[in-house]
Design a protein around this ligand. Sequence first.
Ligand SMILES: [Zn+2]
Length: 537
Amino acid sequence: MPLAASHAAPAVPPVDEALMRETIRTLSSDEYEGRGPGTAAEPKTLDAIIARFKAAGLQPGNKGQWLQDVPTATISGTNRSPLTITGGAATMTFKPSSDFVVGSYRITPHTEVKDSELVFVGYGINAPELGWNDYAGIDMKGKTAVILVNDPDYAMEGENGLFRGRRMTYYGRWTYKFEEAARQGATAALIIHDTFPAAYGWQVVESSWSGAQHFVQTANDGADQTVANGWVQKPVAEAILKAAGKDLAALTAAAQQKGFKPLPLGLKANLSFDNTIEKANSHNVIGVLPGKTRPDEYVLYTAHWDHLGRCKPDATGDDICNGAIDNATGVAALAALARMNAKAGPAARSQVFLAVTLEESGLLGSEYYAQNPVFPLARTVGGVNMDALYAGGPAKDVTVTGGDKSDLTAILRKVEGEFGLSESSEDHPERGYYYRSDHFSFAKRGVPMFAVERGTDLVNGGKAAGAAISDDYTNVRYHQPSDEYQESWDMSGMLQDVRLFYRLGRELADSTIWPNWHPNDEFRAIRDKSLAQAKGK
Ligand SMILES: [Zn+2]
């Protein structure tokens, strides 16, 4: 039950609605061409954000500069050979695109996997906090991991399994499986596609892996990644396992049991392809309000400024994806929060306002910041990410993405109490949305981040009204030229959102607590390690 708003609740400065509207109107106008990174719209957008940060009273956050360079590399695979499997009764050959997809995370003109031993590694999960290691006792050097999609208990009804049942954990995301295979030193990693646990068909995998892949540049050009990552169709995996005298269904059942051991298949994989590499540069904007008593401790507000730029024209010929809701609203909230916090006077801890680029290309701006943090992540207490605030009225509830993962839950519940708000879970916990927005770039490195938004049970009109707004956005506007600002927007719900974000951020910034992940959470170990290292210095 929500508590009644308490008289003791801390004051919240007024949200500047005019500033919010003016920022959304400006950033989503046709003049800004949908804010495509690397286009003529980028410098305009950066200037507009800096002007608002300055006016609010922020200081430049990157060693006296407002901007952080975000160097990127786009890798496009070409001339893909078939996948050839040797070592069975007969050599097997599979076709690129229809049978398998593959790409490289390394910046290299040519990729070759030669006579690499195939090892079935179940779900490819190494989770020490759960006592689970699909790579137990094997050295993956030179080898190719064959990996099941999702995690062992995805098919459960509730969320009580070791891997939180039907709720997706990071261990179930395909990105994790490639990262872990690389940590294990594998040469290559192949995920076995399966429509139900993957939640999308082969054509989605095929189309997203046939085009260019975007990365942030790293000092070693991706040398710590595997040589090649890819997916194979389920019948292809079945055929390969059959050639090894194994059965996919039986191996899947075995892999769902604790104590599963990786299984060398006695077969070898061969494939090759070329890579075309394009390098580019975009920018994050960073402003800071230094803390009063503990300025070397940091609390984040983040929002992505980029959108899709020029896109597929609609029926009227409009080819500008303006990105008003996604995410001019988040940047407007960032500007409003900067002003509110500056007006309230410095918090105990420093507050960092970070407008990141290239979210739409795969969270690259936040990923780059997290790889190259201006303020140490071990001194970063936590933060609030804002992506797509809806027009419309206030809600009775708050929707939490990712569920109860950390000590931030207690802070959220306290603030919900102040506002008299109830809490709702996201609609599709199996889809893993927590792992698909900018807060995740921080979470995966141990920094706890709020991922909350206004719920859909509206004060006026209840759930029907909330669903109508959310359906209109999802079906008619999301990533389309019609995501435009209208003067007729009811801003009252967005103002409620900003007040909530103010309190969440301010609660962290004025306290001495160091929120951590719950003991069995996937990000607990990395946070413990990072905090221990910081203490040791
Ligand atoms: Zn967005």
